[in-house]
Design a protein around this ligand. Structure first.
Ligand code: FMN
Length: 224
């Protein structure tokens, strides 16, 4: 099994909660006996190009009609789509920045949302996402508490954008573990938020391990 593990925090490695929680989840998967290889992507270092006029023209030109320059413009996006398609699982760790996803993760979404690559455009104008076979986990960290009932709950512009963008490419039910509040609160509340996030990640790793083992068993039965 291949996991594409993505970090998006602009904080350096040992100071970042989202980075630490992502690592913790992978350690828990290992502890529950899941075997995997990692393809690691740090979108703050490997920043994807913004959508440009050239990109728009190239992506909507049928493949057979693309010029050499168009192919060159699409190359980073092609490579990123391939990495996502090669993975069985995506573990995406990210902080909330200004109520939504980090802009570096947005450029990643722009890179992997491609007609006839990660989604098909049908003759009747409808679309079908092609990444329905992927398991996706978003581990988000927030300074404020945006859980239901909190005065900030209506300001979560992060969950809807992740759900919409990934549903469009076929990922209908991604998992979310949201660690909050990690900044704009007292130390005890921050610690309690981290304990909740670790417990949720632990539970999810155990569930995934069980499900993945069941899938492996039914695949080997089908092969007999
Ligand atoms: C530039 C910037 C913008 C932020 N904006 C928000 C925000 O809109 N809402 C929020 O709850 N926290 C916000 N935070 C706080 C971070 O989301 C929070 O500290 C998170 O735990 C950081 O994760 P990290 O340790 O992985 O970097 C912001 C932090 C930074 C640096």
């Amino acid at each position: 099994m291949k996991i594409l593990h993505i970090d998006s925090s602009s904080k350096i490695h040992n100071k970042s909660n989202s980075r630490a929680l992502g690592r913790y989840f992978l350690q828990q998967l290992e502890r529950y006996g899941v075997e995997f290889e990692i393809d690691y992507l740090d979108v703050t270092e490997d920043v994807q190009p913004h959508v440009s006029a050239e990109f728009v023209q190239a992506t909507y030109t049928p493949e057979a009609e693309r010029t050499e320059r168009m192919r060159e413009v699409l190359a980073p996006s092609d490579a990123m789509c391939q990495r996502v398609m090669d993975a069985d699982v995506l573990v995406c760790a990210m902080p909330m920045y200004n109520w939504t996803i980090p802009s570096t993760f947005k450029t990643f979404i722009d890179a992997i949302t491609r007609t006839n690559v990660t989604y098909d455009l049908l003759p009747d104008g409808t679309t079908v996402g092609k990444l329905g076979d992927k398991k996706v986990l978003f581990i988000t960290t927030r300074g404020a508490d945006l859980r239901q009932g909190s005065p900030y709950s209506h300001m979560d512009a992060m969950t809807p954008v992740l759900k919409a963008a990934f549903a469009f490419i076929g990922v209908e039910a991604p998992e979310f573990v949201d660690a909050q509040p990690l900044q704009f609160t007292a130390a005890e509340a921050r610690e309690a938020a981290l304990v909740r996030a670790h417990n949720d990640l632990d539970q999810l790793a155990s569930q995934w391990a069980t499900n993945l083992q069941k899938t492996a068993c039914s695949q080997s039965e089908m092969a007999v």
